[in-house]
Design a protein around this ligand. Sequence first.
Ligand SMILES: [Fe+2]
Ligand SMILES: [Fe+2]
Length: 177
Amino acid sequence: MYQYQVVIADLLSHPRVVETRNHMHHSIPKHDHMMRVVRYSYRIARLFRADRRTCARAAILHDLDSRLGTLANHGAIAAEVAASLGEPAEVSWAIISHMYPLGPRPTTREGWVLVVADKMASLTDMTAFVGGLFTGHSLRVRQSLRQTDPFYTPRRRRRRIRQFWRSIGRNRLGGRI
Ligand SMILES: [Fe+2]
Ligand SMILES: [Fe+2]
């Protein structure tokens, strides 16, 4: 077991973290994204002289319930989830600002670490997704996540489709639909 796994071992088996294996984020499992942020932030913490344990614990929780918020405010939602799981304030402070410059500016070293690690991980997520397109792996995974992610249940899907058509505007399509 790696050191970064040891400091989050209890969270790795927590149902709220385990279920993210079935949730989609950047077209990949959310768990993969959050583990990537854990690994990056654990390394970057050294450079920033930040607390590695706080960074790793913030990283594995930083996008929980992100679908309930917007790009700018889902950090605050995940920070509240972390607090409800019994994490100390330092962890929530780091999570709340991870979308900077969208959303609030970090107030702690650990917050800055999470900003950098999350941006790097998001780039790697996309690269990994595009790489997997050639073998069909990426689309297979995305398809199965659509089946397991509650955001994509049929009712939600219908609402998304309705919103899509409304946003296009029927008139612009010449009333053909
Ligand atoms: Fe996020
Ligand atoms: Fe993230």
